[in-house]
Design a protein around this ligand. Structure first.
Ligand SMILES: NC(=O)c1ccc[n+]([C@@H]2O[C@H](COP(=O)([O-])OP(=O)(O)OC[C@H]3O[C@@H](n4cnc5c(N)ncnc54)[C@H](OP(=O)(O)O)[C@@H]3O)[C@@H](O)[C@H]2O)c1
Length: 352
């Protein structure tokens, strides 16, 4: 490996995504610095990451887990993998510690995090993580739904070399990684698939249980088609993320339960990150997910009744948790009925 490729990669936020990608980069021989809060650092760096096929990727020698931001001062590329609520703070911290030419790659969901980072940083690259991953004991991560990593393009030859080095390292560990010139379209495609987040958050169901419930699947299908229609109306290009496009995924949700269960490549512990946040008592990213569709509708002078109902249900859970109460999960059939009723009222308003 060249001296250039030996420069370190920083990861701001060593949770599920950051811990997984950081460990796999380290397993491929790249030196990595994982930054997280002091509580997590006490447990030590993750020993391994498990891929979607059950393959174990043991970390390399040069993996550091620290809560000292100064450790990021000499990285050649920094990945950001905190939740949306922490992006602004991460951007401010990184602006103080990184050299201005260092590219910062947002591995986060939604469409707004690169913009939040750009308010403090000059070289921000959007990326999309197409797999689902959960954290287990001692920070070990497990991919529960397979998928690719999509990286946007850098602004300089040096940043593109660093991105290429990272992409080849991830590929060496068997994680398919592409560098894309249409990363905004990829992010929009991923956002549409992520609309299942709100369904998991509203109902309290893990992904396997959601897929086993025809009402939950119908709710997801309706949110997806509504999101796709509104994004198209807003002139936003949509790229396919994964084997099926948004319309085909929506159609697949209408198939019989036995067929969905037999064909969906989902591990038993998979949950949406919205549900993971609610279970952990944290604020969710719902405004960046189903809430994004509601916002796009408003910008167009239209409504997004299906996604709006889902956002309201998740916000109600957030309020319950903030008040110290347990969320009252909404049964999928009840959520579907609420969505139908809101759609009917929106239709009446539109025809008045
Ligand atoms: N998990 C997935 O399957 C998946 C897949 C694709 C995309 N994404 C997206 O990737 C992003 C990260 O998600 P995630 O699931 O990896 O979240 P996560 O597991 O909660 O990881 C975020 C990590 O950042 C830490 N953190 C927060 N503030 C920090 C700070 N100021 N300094 C250092 N560390 C800080 C968190 O610590 P605390 O826990 O103590 O707050 C946590 O360890 C989100 O935008 C998510 O939507 C997730």
């Amino acid at each position: 490996m060249t001296t250039h490729a030996r420069k370190r990669i920083g990861v701001f936020g060593a949770g599920a995504v950051g811990g997984h990608i950081g460990t796999r980069l380290s397993a491929a021989g790249l030196p990595v610095v994982l930054l997280d809060l002091a509580e997590r650092v006490a447990a030590g760096p993750p020993e391994h990451a498990v891929d979607a096929r059950g393959g174990i990727h043991r970390r390399g020698e040069d993996l550091v887990l620290t809560s000292d931001v100064a450790a990021l001062s000499d990285v050649e590329l920094c990945l950001v993998s905190v939740k949306a609520a922490h992006t602004e703070g991460a951007a401010q911290t990184l602006a103080e510690v990184l050299a201005p030419c260092v590219p910062v790659v947002s591995l986060q969901n939604g469409l707004r995090n690169p913009g939040r980072l750009r308010t403090h940083l000059s070289h921000v690259i959007a990326a999309v993580v197409g797999f689902n991953v959960v954290t287990g004991p001692r920070g070990a991560t497990t991919e529960t739904v397979p998928g690719k990593v999509y990286l946007g393009e850098g602004q300089t030859p040096a940043s593109n070399r660093a991105l290429e080095a990272m992409a080849s390292a991830l590929r060496r560990t068997g994680l398919p990684t592409e560098i894309r010139s249409d990363i905004e379209a990829v992010a929009t495609g991923k956002l549409l698939l992520n609309l299942n987040n709100g369904i998991g958050g509203a109902t309290g169901l893990g992904i396997v249980a959601m897929l086993a419930d025809s009402d939950a699947r119908a709710c997801f299908s309706q949110c997806l088609l509504e999101g796709r229609r509104l994004m198209a109306a807003a002139g936003r290009p949509i790229a396919r993320v994964g084997p099926l496009g948004a319309r085909a995924v929506a159609a697949s949700m209408r198939l019989p339960t036995w067929l969905v269960k037999a064909t969906a490549p989902v591990g038993p512990t998979a949950i949406t990150s919205t549900l993971a946040d609610l279970r952990a008592g944290r604020a969710t990213e719902i405004d960046d997910l189903n809430g994004e569709i509601v916002d796009v509708a408003q910008t167009l002078g239209k409504s997004a009744p299906y996604n709006a109902v889902v956002v309201e249900a998740v916000r109600a859970h957030e309020r319950s948790i903030a008040a110290g109460a347990q969320p009252q999960w909404v049964r999928p059939a009840q959520l579907r009925a609420r969505m139908a009723s809101r759609r009917a009222s929106a239709g009446k308003l539109a025809t008045r």
